[in-house]
Design a protein around this ligand. Structure first.
Ligand code: FES
Length: 575
């Protein structure tokens, strides 16, 4: 066991423990807040980064949960300080929360650096908040524990279970095809999100919370607890108690986030049938930890690990059911032969210790390795002349006939052009066509919006077509499904080959061979490239301009070039 810190070795000691004019100022201001020496003297100061806001209903409960974390911190002899951080409410933030993930990461890092903080509890859950908070915490390097917001309760409509996102897409298509009424559509609107908490399908939120746990950054089992379950505040108080000890033990993210920890996370991602978005975030987190993870590793692991969690959109159930089936500890126990059980976690114990004794209570929800939900990997990474630096798809959520397909492209330059075209009854389209949508990437979107599930043309929907091949440089919501090829890199906005696709070109996809090919000759492609003009920058000033100048492509994790590298930053001067 490593040596425990002394109180005078705490980072906060420089603010609060010395006897000079500056520390007089700090302590007098704490007294202004009604605190006194027994509140802070010799105690770890715990920063609770809270992404609660009035417009993030996935995080409504985090206001109260911060109090539960404080309760735990106080019980363990720490001094809790709550620091608000940007909330990144997925449904409301435009043009895309992805535009702001790195801003949250910067905010998290600098909130911790600039204040007298010794350890951090990170409260998040809604999609980008998990990677944003963890990326910032990794770069800051203080002991940190992640507290996932947890999924909301199942949706309900006329006794039918509704899943976030997935059932919105499904019933929107039913409405477009004239199979449900306006009144029914409005009833669904009132029943699809029934409680606070994150989306309760295996979307990006559930995927990233599970990945955080699999990496060792949460308490065991934390990611599966529904937001409204009484176990959730109990978990928050435990996290508050634990972070105080983590400070004394100097248990930093760098000690936890090894290459093996990331491999564990990717294995769990595959077994969960997780969101394709996670690839970008996991690459970004690994690079913050100084590791050179790339998309190929996802493909390698995807070939080994089948989908075990029978959760929508790849399966039938929801995260609430997954919790009752045993939750992530049970799923990781099923995967134990494939995991590195020796990896250290925030508990100070190993992954193996944390999952010991976990049981699956419902076999239809968490399957064993020898009888998986799907042998098709959750994620395939393809490459070829249309995506020289790669692209991704989720074979487990696609119509199997489209996993090997060749068809003619219908290409759209932007969202509005596509939205108008798919509603036209005279659109010349068959189920074998390939829909191509450009300018949805990190810079072109901007912020790589979740436009990758291009709508099936209404004409085909009415004829009963449920899936067709779709290609873009955008992302896709983890709640979506279909044969959608995403994250094409480099993006079309910067002159990636996707920019040169024209309607009528033939595109071939072979998922088993991990290949994507545009059947246009080299000479013709060179002619189109020479005639192509880069679109004008989206942002003349402000954060958007900074973002556009420094953002990496999808295969690099979309981090800023000035944030990704490792390198010590001097502690702030206290004077
Ligand atoms: Fe917050 Fe889906 S909208 S997790």
């Amino acid at each position: 066991m490593s040596k425990r810190k002394r109180p005078d070795e705490l980072r906060s000691h420089r603010w609060l423990g010395v006897n000079d004019l500056r520390s007089f100022g700090h302590r007098s201001r704490l007294r202004q807040g009604g605190y006194d020496a027994p509140d802070w003297a010799g105690k770890p100061v715990i920063g609770i980064l809270n992404t609660w806001s009035d417009i993030n209903f996935c995080h409504t409960h985090l206001r109260a949960r911060a109090e539960d974390v404080k309760r735990g911190v106080l019980q363990a002899g720490g001094f809790p300080i709550e620091l608000p951080a940007m909330s990144l409410s997925e449904p409301f933030v435009k043009p895309s929360t992805m535009l702001y993930r790195n801003l949250l990461a910067m905010e998290a890092e600098e909130l911790l650096r600039s204040h007298p903080i010794d350890g951090a509890v990170l409260l998040g859950g809604c999609d980008k908040t998990t990677p944003g908070l963890i990326m910032g915490a990794i770069s800051m390097g203080l002991p940190a524990i992640y507290v996932p917001a947890g999924p909301m309760l199942r949706g309900n409509w006329h006794g039918e279970v509704l899943g976030s996102g997935s059932d919105a897409w499904k019933y929107w298509d039913e409405k477009r095809a004239g199979r449900i009424s306006e009144e029914q559509w409005q009833e669904i609107e009132g029943g699809i999100a029934r409680s606070y908490g994150t989306c309760m399908v295996m979307g990006t939120a559930a995927t990233m919370m599970a990945i955080a746990e699999a990496m060792g950054m949460t308490l065991p089992g934390a990611s599966s607890i529904p937001a409204a379950d009484a176990g959730h505040p109990r978990m928050c108080a435990s996290a508050g108690r634990r972070i105080v000890d983590m400070v004394w033990e100097d248990l930093t993210p760098q000690r936890i986030l090894t290459p093996a920890a990331f491999d564990n996370a990717i294995r769990v991602h595959m077994a969960m049938g997780g969101s394709t978005n996670a690839i970008i975030h996991v690459v970004a987190m690994a690079r913050r930890a100084g590791l050179s993870l790339d998309m190929k590793r996802f493909d390698e692991i995807s070939r080994e690990i089948p989908v075990l969690a029978n959760v929508r959109p790849s399966g039938e159930f929801l995260m609430e059911d997954f919790f009752y089936a045993g939750g992530l500890r049970a799923l990781m126990h099923e995967l134990r032969e494939t995991l590195d059980l020796g990896c250290l976690t925030v508990t100070g114990q190993s992954v193996g210790d944390n999952i010991k004794g976990a049981e699956v209570y419902k076999r239809d929800i968490i399957h064993p390795l020898d009888d998986p939900v799907s042998r098709e990997g959750a994620t395939a990474v393809l490459a070829g002349n249309l995506a020289p630096r790669g692209c991704v798809m989720k074979p487990s959520a696609a119509d199997k006939r489209l996993l090997k397909h060749r068809g003619k492209a219908i290409a759209f330059e932007d969202y509005n052009e596509m939205a108008r075209a798919v509603e036209r009854d005279d659109l010349s389209v068959t189920p074998d066509h390939v829909l191509v949508r450009k300018n949805g990437g990190p810079i072109g979107g901007p912020g790589m919006p979740e436009w990758g599930q291009l709508p099936i043309p209404t004409k085909l929907l009415k004829a009963g077509v449920k899936d067709m091949l779709r290609i873009s440089d955008a992302r896709m919501s983890g709640t979506s499904y279909g044969a959608c090829i995403l994250h094409v890199a480099p993006e079309s906005f910067v002159g990636g080959p996707l920019a040169f696709v024209q309607t009528g070109d033939e595109i071939e996809v072979d998922v088993a061979a991990r290949r994507i090919h545009l059947h246009v000759g080299e000479e013709e492609l060179a002619r189109r490239r020479a005639a192509w003009q880069r679109p004008a920058p989206r942002y003349p000033r402000g954060y958007g301009a900074l973002y556009s100048q420094h953002i990496g492509q999808a295969d690099e994790g979309c981090d800023f070039d000035f944030l990704a590298p490792l390198g010590a930053i001097a502690e702030p001067e206290i004077h």
